[in-house]
Design a protein around this ligand. Structure first.
Ligand code: M6R
Length: 614
């Protein structure tokens, strides 16, 4: 995830403070870094691809000054590959405004087009570069920085945390935010901005959390915060009591829990990247899949590993059921060695958080060689899969640090929902009116995730009260795939033996395993299958299993009476999207089970975040 630090003070040490702050943000993952420094003769900008040490070496080599005010950035590539040019800060056309940015500007193409028509030129492929250009355009008119920032942000759709400097105002720093966190740190004769508290924690524990549309103006002695209209607003000073390790995790005890809680935000980012307010179809032109391409296909494969494989299973189910396109899902390690039928009439969709998984990458290469077109659903921009695939659908989960994938999975599911709608519309299986309704349901998802996260305490209590010998996750339809993901998570971080079964399969064997001490987690979200699954749960209950139901609120509670020992009720809604919602409690169950057992939640034994070897 990108990181921002800004410093302004009476002592000549700004570049040191910025480099120190950037080092504190390294844990978030990044691919390039940069710094801007105010000097009497204008703003200096330096940036380099790769680790911070590259930037530090470069600054030392050119004798970069210390200065009194500046901003710095670590970039996690979104628009445009990791490179010196795409790294932040970015300039305005005449080098009078410099910006660092976290977030995504959704309408940047349209704004860029307008600026190009005005004669502006761009150096990078980023969405960020339009921001200083627009601010400068307004600033030229009346040299009022707050008005210029406010007018610029009123043109931008998306999320942003911004650090801004004006060349003719070396004694001031500016900051603004919407849907992307930004704090302002209070010092003595010095002040800071930062995307994350760890960046400033060794210098101050007093911060303001900026709210959406706040604009902050900092000099060495004071901080003023105004709203979009330029009226002063007051924000409470928050005194940070966390230590550095806790602060890196945003105050959460583990990265996994932090990432679980980031889901409303990141799912919104994934959806927003493909949804337009006034258009009743997802924005997918860049994927190269037109009606003609789709009609000409003989087969679609989805290939992935682990959690990404489970997202593919959900994708297959939806694409077949909604778009009526037959789709085959395979684990990459099998696919690559079994000589599957692949030709130029094949579309291979590879799904990967890291974009580096060796088996998935090998499947991609093999498919391309056999003439297929490959679409990557990838989280890490600039990763091998994103570079080698013909087309890329980025999920915007940001860096996932915990080994157990949580937020990346939810974003993969959001991608599957959008892809399904795209395919269905191209095939005439979904009308714009139907998509309009679906879009409303999609937009409502982040709030529903939030509602489930509010049940965290109750879920923890349920976990604290059970001590199973083994666990079965059962469900039908999409609920079966949800169970597969729940089971993997539990194995990964709680080292507890568990299996996922299609509920109807229990009686074909696994029911022999059911005895007191077995926990069966029944996922019940698919209306037409509720009674069938509940019948299967009755069978395990009768054999001594403890039963926990994860059910949508529209399931008749009386059906679960006498069956469910415990129940977690999640919001109801579109049948497709409950697959994402039902997984949130599963993540929390695995997390609290691992915590209860005292395991290393973020770095489970024997596992690596990115499996780059076979
Ligand atoms: O980076 P990828 O999505 O390609 O990784 C695939 C699997 O290795 C990964 O999902 C793994 O199963 C996770 N640790 C699951 O939490």
């Amino acid at each position: 995830m990108c990181g921002i630090i800004g410093y302004i003070g009476r002592e000549e040490k700004a570049s040191d403070m910025i480099m120190e702050g950037l080092a504190k943000l390294e844990y978030r993952g990044y691919d390039s870094a940069g710094i801007a420094l105010a000097t009497p003769s204008g703003i200096l900008v330096e940036k380099t691809k790769g680790k911070l040490v590259n930037l530090a070496d470069h600054l030392a080599q050119i004798g970069f000054p210390k200065g009194y005010a500046g901003i710095g950035h670590t970039r996690w590539a979104t628009h445009g590959e990791p490179s010196d040019i795409n790294a932040h800060p970015h300039w305005s056309q005449n080098h009078d405004v410099v910006v660092v940015h976290n977030g995504i500007i959704e309408n940047y193409m349209q704004l860029r087009q307008e600026l190009l028509q005005n004669g502006d030129t761009f150096l990078s492929e980023t969405d960020t570069e339009i921001i200083p250009h627009i601010i400068a355009q307004y600033y030229e008119k009346d040299r009022d920085p707050v008005r210029a920032i406010s007018q610029a942000i009123s043109r931008m759709r998306g999320s942003y945390a911004l650090g801004i400097m004006f060349a003719d105002r070396p004694g001031e720093l500016y900051a603004a935010r919407k849907d992307s966190p930004l704090v302002v740190g209070l010092g003595r004769h010095e002040n800071y901005i930062a995307s994350d508290i760890p960046a400033v924690l060794s210098h101050t524990r007093d911060v303001y959390f900026l709210e959406d549309y706040d604009i902050a103006i900092l000099d060495t002695e004071q901080i003023r915060i105004v709203d979009r209209a330029g009226h002063s607003v007051s924000r409470d000073v928050f005194h940070v009591t966390w230590d550095v390790a806790a602060a890196e995790k945003g105050g959460f005890p583990h990265f996994m829990l932090k990432e679980i809680h980031e889901q409303p935000h990141v799912v919104r980012e994934t959806l927003n990247s493909r949804l337009l307010d006034d258009v009743d179809a997802p924005k997918m032109e860049d994927l190269g899949i037109s009606k003609e391409v789709l009609d000409g296909l003989k087969r679609i494969y989805m290939v992935a590993c682990g959690t990404s494989y489970h997202a593919a299973m959900v994708g297959k189910y939806l694409i077949e059921r909604v778009a009526r396109l037959s789709t085959i899902v395979e684990t990459a390690s099998e696919f690559r060695y079994r000589d599957p039928i692949i030709d130029e009439k094949t579309l291979v969709i590879v799904v990967s958080q890291s974009g580096e998984t060796a088996d998935t990458l090998a499947a991609l290469r093999m498919s391309k060689q056999a003439g297929a077109k490959v679409l990557g659903i990838v989280n890490v921009v600039g990763s091998s899969i994103s570079r080698e695939a013909d087309y890329v659908f980025y999920t915007w989960a940001g860096p996932e640090i915990a080994v157990a994938s949580t937020k990346a999975y939810s974003c993969q599911l959001a991608a599957m929902y959008l892809l399904t709608a795209h395919f269905a519309m191209l095939r005439g299986k979904m009308t714009p009116e139907e998509f309009h309704e679906l879009k409303g349901d999609l937009i409502g998802l982040p709030a529903k995730i939030g509602e489930i996260l509010n049940q965290e305490e109750e879920i923890k209590k349920i976990v604290d009260a059970v001590d199973p010998l083994n666990v079965f996750y059962v469900g039908r339809g999409l609920d079966y795939y949800t169970g597969m993901e729940g089971s993997l998570k539990l194995k990964e971080i709680a080292y507890l033996h568990s299996e996922a079964y299609a509920a109807g399969e229990l009686k074909h064997g696994p029911i022999a395993m059911i005895e007191p001490g077995t926990l069966v987690i029944g996922i019940v979200t698919q209306k037409s299958l509720v009674e069938k699954t509940i019948s299967n749960l009755k069978e395990v209950k009768a054999r001594g299993a403890q039963v926990l139901c994860i059910a949508t609120e529209d399931v008749d509670p009386s059906l679960m009476d006498g069956v469910a020992d415990e129940r977690i009720i999640i919001p109801a809604g579109n049948w497709m999207f409950t697959s994402l919602l039902a997984n949130i409690p599963q993540q929390l169950i695995a997390y609290y089970m691992s915590v209860k057992k005292g395991y290393d939640v973020d770095k489970p034994r024997n596992l690596a975040k990115s499996v780059t070897v076979e």
